[in-house]
Ligand binder design. Structure first.
Ligand SMILES: *Cc1c(COP(=O)(O)O)cnc(C)c1O
Length: 394
């Protein structure tokens, strides 16, 4: 029932007054309107126009990925990833139980089986030890997400993938701008997936992208994104007619969305500076309270750069989480929890199996509190969140 999107910023029983601090608020970039007007007045509103080209270039510059294709959503980019790997019935993909349902849908839609494993309690990322234990002769891929943009232990995951000949699908919906040992997040999998949903650092309402790190997949990705046709090659003049050559769907982002996305990516540095300043305020002003309460604040190992996508705390137990969220809500501060473990969810039981009882994922989920974090928060709002949190005592 409860997931991470905007339904958590309000509920029918809590009227939101003007002073409430929402959990998330979409950023609006300076050039959005001008870009949109250009599309409205022009002759090209479908996908793969000038704004798509420009936004795609900005995305490959930020990530260093060899190629990228914009898609209608992050979820669709994950589906495209499954199709590119030819997943199907009998195949298994290992993924964390604590993640967004789209990662599991993308596997289940092909008829493949989700094999859920636990996350490590420090960062909420997939536990490499359990990945190694979950491998069977049917395993094809490992699907990972760097939770909150704090990198997965890619050294361990990459070693396991190489040893067993498995593909890594990197859900990088939280991680744009983050890195692991100097390498940009999104570039560790054969493909990396971005989301531009309006809860993400950079958005266009709904949208996504697939970063193609294994360039041997690029031709087929272009075809699958264009209804299974070789239209992209036709438009480049490489063939003289286009036809149906593979399975596919329509995953192109319209130029309206790409126009907004392009302006957001143009403002990326500024957006990130604002978000980091808020993140740093939480990280520097909450430790005294957290120590006294036995609460753990999000921490980032020295070999990882996070992109200030979210700021979380871990409470000592579930009752504390519920009480802290209620306290903050009474002050008009809309903090929230996050994913409900997928392995025990109704669809998780139908489309997957778990390595064993996943106690860490459950515990991580039961004790997680995320604080409001969006680029245009005022100093007064940041102070109110910090004072609200620090005024809570068991
Ligand atoms: C937002 C998100 C997605 C899905 O992206 P959409 O663009 O909303 O389809 C997938 N995975 C994670 C981890 C996300 O946060």
């Amino acid at each position: 029932m409860h997931q991470n999107h905007s339904e958590l910023t309000s509920s029918s029983t809590d009227p939101i007054d003007d002073t409430a601090i929402l959990f998330s608020k979409p950023f609006h970039a300076p050039r959005e309107m001008a870009n949109l007007q250009e599309v409205v007045r022009g002759d090209h509103a479908h996908g793969d126009g000038d704004f798509t080209r420009s936004a795609t270039r900005r995305l490959t510059e930020i990530t260093g990925a060899p190629a990228a294709l914009l898609t209608t959503s992050g979820s669709h980019a994950l589906e495209l990833a499954s199709r590119l790997l030819d997943l199907g019935p009998g195949d298994e993909v290992i993924l964390p139980s604590f993640t967004f349902p789209s990662a599991a849908n993308a596997i289940a839609l092909t008829g493949a089986t989700c094999v859920f494993v636990d996350v490590d309690m420090r960062h909420g990322n997939i536990d490499p030890q359990q990945v190694a234990e979950a491998i069977t002769p049917r395993t094809r891929a490992i699907s990972v997400v760097s939770y909150g943009g704090v990198a997965v232990d890619f050294e361990a995951i990459t070693a396991i993938a190489e040893e067993h000949g498995l593909a890594i699908i990197e859900d990088n919906a939280h991680g744009l701008g983050g890195s692991y040992r100097g390498q940009a997040l999104g570039t560790f999998g054969v493909v990396g997936v971005q989301s531009f949903h309006d809860t993400k650092n950079v958005h266009c309402g709904e949208g996504g992208a697939i970063l193609i790190n294994d360039v041997t997949l690029l031709d087929r990705a272009e075809i699958m994104r264009e209804k299974g046709t070789n239209r992209a090659r036709f438009l480049r003049g490489q063939i003289d007619k286009y036809t149906w050559v593979d399975i596919g769907s329509s995953y192109l982002l319209s130029e309206y969305n790409a126009a907004v996305l392009d302006s957001q990516l143009e403002s990326f540095t500024g957006i990130q500076q604002k978000r980091h300043a808020i993140w740093d305020s939480y990280a520097t002003r909450l430790p005294a309270w957290a120590d006294g309460e036995n609460v753990r604040l999000m921490d980032v190992p020295a070999d990882r750069q996070h992109p200030a996508h979210l700021f979380f705390l871990q409470t000592p137990d579930h009752d504390y989480q519920v009480a802290l969220l209620a306290h903050l809500r009474s002050l008009g501060v809309f903090a929230t929890f996050h994913y409900i473990p997928l392995d025990s969810a109704p669809a998780g039981l139908r489309h997957g199996r778990r390595l064993r009882e996943l106690t860490e994922s459950q515990s991580f989920s039961d004790r997680l509190v995320r604080l409001p974090l969006w680029a245009d928060m005022t100093q007064g709002q940041i102070d109110r969140v910090i004072e609200g949190v620090s005024s809570f005592h068991r």
